[in-house]
Design a protein around this ligand. Structure first.
Ligand SMILES: Cc1ncc(COP(=O)(O)O)c(C=O)c1O
Length: 359
């Protein structure tokens, strides 16, 4: 029996996407690869949708963190300064990247899971001058909190500051208003809400934002978005790409469109998570947050009384379900459930029944 993955990616693949991996072996310098790359770049811009003259999808081989690091190192100029909002592991990872690459930055720290304090954000932007960008995670997968991007964007707009977004666990499912929220770049990956395999990540980038970077020397060789963009616009690639992952991403993007696009995916994730939330609620297992605060991609739950994570995980795994631990100390109190990928309602109902038998 193949396992039902309830972790936040990699996801259970559809047969259609799985079979795409079996397409012919292909050299990344051949015209067939160019067609494949161009179709992915085009379809990625259509997910929200964004005009190709102003926006570019820049593809790289690497996990979501590669896209985060590419975005942070390629878009903040030498004379710039980024305010990084933290309320979980991934916001803190953005800060780590800035630190390693010596990018001028400040942290606006919150406890893991806390709502972002817009008043604090406003104070920071108002009284500490010199910021050029704000960086934030959309869906903080640490706790399942969907950060209030509309609110953050409204504050940033007062100070004319563009947003660098970690959309790794939201792109393809949650609403992202690129232009209204003044997002100039969004880092994301193939193997979460888009339902392809791990190995390819990308940055959706406003072309003007890269033009501004011409005076700043590249901070890395491999993750330099300007170099990727120049090559990909000219039908090339600076480095070998993960061809088989590209095959799956191209197919997964067609599948997303066939299934009704991002809004439909958002609805279907909520439908699935509601089966889980309501089922677990009846068993006395509480969700960490109210629905209004949560992403449709993942919700966190309190561990049932007297059952530690490892035991819960192992019992569920024996029954074909893989769940996800809380991060750091949260593993002692929380577990996380994501319903991305090819998962049926029946499987989720069975999951709830198995949970019932365990508790
Ligand atoms: C919001 C967010 N950002 C970044 C990452 C890092 O992605 P990866 O593990 O693919 O490098 C994750 C992974 O779960 C994530 O959820």
């Amino acid at each position: 029996m193949s396992e039902i993955l309830l972790n936040p990616g990699p996801v259970v693949l559809s047969e259609r996407v799985r079979n795409a991996m079996l397409r012919p072996d292909l050299c990344h310098r051949e015209t067939e690869f160019v067609e494949l790359q161009n179709s992915i770049r085009h379809d990625l811009l259509n997910v929200y949708p964004l005009p190709e003259d102003k926006w570019a999808a820049i593809l790289m081989t690497g996990s979501g963190t590669a896209a985060m690091e590419a975005m942070m190192t390629s878009l903040v100029p030498d004379h710039g300064k980024v305010l990084i909002i933290e309320n979980g592991v991934y916001g803190e990872r953005l800060s780590k990247i800035a630190e390693i690459h010596q990018i001028n930055h400040m942290r606006l720290h919150h406890e893991w899971g806390a709502a972002i304090d817009l008043k604090l954000l406003e104070d920071e932007l108002q009284y500490k001058e010199g910021f050029s960008h704000v960086a934030v995670v959309h869906h903080e997968t640490t706790t399942g909190r969907l950060n209030d991007l509309a609110g953050i964007a409204a504050v940033c707009a007062k100070y004319n500051l563009p947003i660098l977004l970690d959309g790794v666990s939201s792109f393809g499912a949650e609403d992202i208003e690129f232009e209204d929220w003044n997002i100039i770049a969004c880092a994301a990956t193939a193997n979460k809400c888009l339902h392809a395999v791990p190995g390819t990540s990308f940055v959706i980038c406003n072309r003007n934002a890269l033009d501004v970077m011409q005076a700043t020397p590249p901070r890395t060789l491999y993750l330099d978005l300007s170099s990727y963009l120049k090559n990909q616009d000219a039908n090339g690639t600076p480095f070998t790409q993960s061809v088989q992952t590209f095959y799956t991403l191209a197919e997964a993007l067609k599948e997303l469109q066939d299934q009704g696009g991002q809004k439909k995916r958002q609805q279907s994730y909520w439908h699935r998570l509601n089966i889980v939330r309501e089922g677990l609620d009846k068993l006395g297992i509480d969700a960490l947050m109210q629905v209004e605060e949560c992403s449709c991609v993942l919700n966190a739950f309190h561990l049932p009384d007297g059952i530690d994570y490892q035991r819960l995980h192992d019992e569920l795994k024996k029954n074909g379900f893989v769940i996800y631990a809380g991060q750091g100390d949260l593993s002692k109190t929380l577990f996380r459930i994501s319903c991305m990928g090819e998962i049926s309602d029946q499987e989720l109902e069975r999951f709830v029944n198995v949970m019932g038998s365990i508790v």
